[in-house]
Design a protein. Sequence first.
Length: 65
Amino acid sequence: MTAFNQADDLIHNSWFPAVNQLASINNDALTQSYQSHRSAGVVMGIVVALAGLALLGALVATQLF
């Protein structure tokens, strides 16, 4: 029973805090990466929409000519 109590103390006092800290670090890195990629995605969506509108305008101008 003594070995079990020592193992339980080791897990609860050493391993769980370390695992929680690692999970927090990983979560922060994932959140930061998601935010930067999301911003880039929004910008690229706007660029594609503007390029599409420019091409549509060129098509209309060509048809009218």
